[in-house]
Design a protein around this ligand. Structure first.
Ligand SMILES: *Cc1c(COP(=O)(O)O)cnc(C)c1O
Length: 459
């Protein structure tokens, strides 16, 4: 399989180069597979193992660049946990994606990427150093995914005092090949330190540096596995019904993975793109104007993205007209998030996290006939469904919704408590992390000091 650059159609790379390079720095473009091979999903047994589906779906994208037996081992090693599909009412499922080590869906992408990078780094000239700036969520998934993975080291930079205590524990308690620097500055300062290191040619002549951010195609492809796996189950349980995936979105990587699953033949009829008050994409769908903006802070903070990076891929893969046929879209402000968590708790006895709550509310409004009540000139500055009617709108009564639950509600205990009066219990693996000693290293917001630390500490 070759991967095309979204900005230069003559530029093509193999899987290894796409994984190791992340993006085409020369054009600023992202990689997209040149085709989306169809899988015969019918051939799977009644209740297929997640790893079997994963292997079938990833194989065409890897081609002969990783031999079959190694690829099977890589998949098995990446996924010692499963996604879980829970029915919460007649028309709705929650797809729980938080049963991995860091209790958020990013484990699915990050764990595959770490192992693919390690595989391709084998037998090369020494260790590969991953630098990653994080505002909380990505760092823990990446740190955990790369922890003890052969040949790779990770340095995580995070803004001191600006992430939650649980998030900080999840970043700072690694030992061995994953280290965390707590930077006296903001997330933007952390990102700037990392970017400066990447453009420092004398540093790069000493160390092999790479990034691990969400634009890497090797984080998106594996997220398509759970869409297909869950859609097969939902279809089996609801013969004759159509399946709509409802996706809480920030950078729209997760939703792009759903599009990939659908292209490959997974039984998904359409999507609901849902966001918090950072509603750049719903506005684009409503107005045809794509206007990236500074992000605003919300309770669903992993979706606080004003310039979603995968707009680049979505608008490369589809015209706006196609997007409008496929997507409903919806957004919710903070008050709406709290009442959605409460409503889900009261009506379905299900404790949902602030991100999943946005998707829950969107699907409830659609089931209640929301799409048929939309007025074309609705005010897009007000939360709710965006004035756009997808192709599947007239058969909502024949649809079931698959609400993607991207994090464990326990990671957002304070917000959940505001809504339900009760803080969810921490899963055991988070409790264990809370008890570990903090190994983070203090770092000034100063490139010279950061560079000196790297020179002293990288192997
Ligand atoms: C990262 C994240 C999201 C947003 O995912 P995108 O792929 O960036 O759209 C949603 N929820 C949680 C909990 C996340 O960590």
């Amino acid at each position: 399989m070759l991967y095309l650059d979204t900005r230069d159609k003559n530029f093509k790379v193999d899987f290894k180069s796409a994984v190791m390079g992340g993006m085409n720095a020369a054009t600023g473009g992202l990689y997209v597979p040149e085709s989306f091979p169809k899988i015969e999903f019918e051939k799977f047994s009644e209740n297929p193992d997640f790893r079997k589906v994963a292997f079938e779906m990833i194989s065409p994208y890897v081609g002969d660049e990783i031999p079959e037996s190694d690829l099977r081992r890589l998949i098995d090693d990446a996924y010692p946990f499963d996604p879980r599909l829970e029915k919460i009412d007649d028309k709705s499922y929650v797809l729980e994606l938080f049963h991995g080590p860091t209790c958020a869906f990013k484990d699915f992408g990050a764990r595959f990427m770490a192992r693919a990078m390690s595989y391709f780094n084998r037998g090369s000239e020494g260790r590969l150093h991953i630098l990653v700036a994080t505002s909380g969520d990505t760092g823990s998934a990446v740190g955990s995914a790369f922890h003890n993975v052969e040949g790779l080291d990770v340095t995580i930079l995070y803004p001191e005092g600006k992430i939650s205590p649980l998030q900080e524990k999840q970043l700072s308690t690694f030992t061995g090949n994953v280290r965390a620097l707590r930077v006296k500055g903001t997330f933007d300062d952390c990102q700037k330190l990392v970017k400066t290191a990447f453009t420092d040619s004398s540093l790069r002549s000493k160390f092999r540096l790479s990034s691990a951010n969400s634009i890497n195609i090797s984080r998106l492809l594996p997220q398509s596995f759970y869409y297909a796996h869950a859609a097969l189950q939902a279809r089996r349980e609801n013969p004759g019904k159509k399946i709509i995936a409802v996706v809480p979105s920030g950078n729209f990587g997760n939703l792009t993975s759903g599009l990939i699953a659908r292209e490959m033949g997974a039984p998904i009829e359409g999507f609901v793109a849902t966001t918090n008050s950072n509603h750049t994409i719903p506005d684009w769908i409503a107005t045809s104007k794509y206007e990236p903006r500074p992000s605003v802070e919300t309770f669903a903070n992993a979706m606080d993205v004003g310039a979603p990076s995968n707009y680049e891929r979505i608008s490369y893969m589809y015209s706006l007209e196609e997007v409008r046929k496929l997507f409903a879209s919806f957004w919710l402000d903070n008050d709406g998030i709290i009442s959605a968590i409460r409503e889900c708790h009261e009506k379905c006895s299900y404790t949902i996290d602030p991100h999943g709550a946005v998707a829950y509310k969107a699907w409830q409004e659609i089931v209640a006939g929301g799409l048929s009540k939309i007025s074309r000139d609705a005010d897009i500055k007000k939360p709710g469904l965006t004035p756009n009617i997808p192709d599947w709108a007239d058969c909502v009564s024949d649809c079931v919704g698959m609400i993607l639950e991207t994090a464990s509600p326990a990671k957002f205990g304070q917000t959940v408590k505001l809504a339900t009066g009760k803080e969810p219990a921490l899963p055991e693996r988070l409790e264990r992390v809370m008890a570990l000693p903090d190994n983070s290293v203090p770092m000034e917001n100063d490139y010279g000091k950061f560079r000196a630390w790297l020179e002293e500490n990288l192997r």
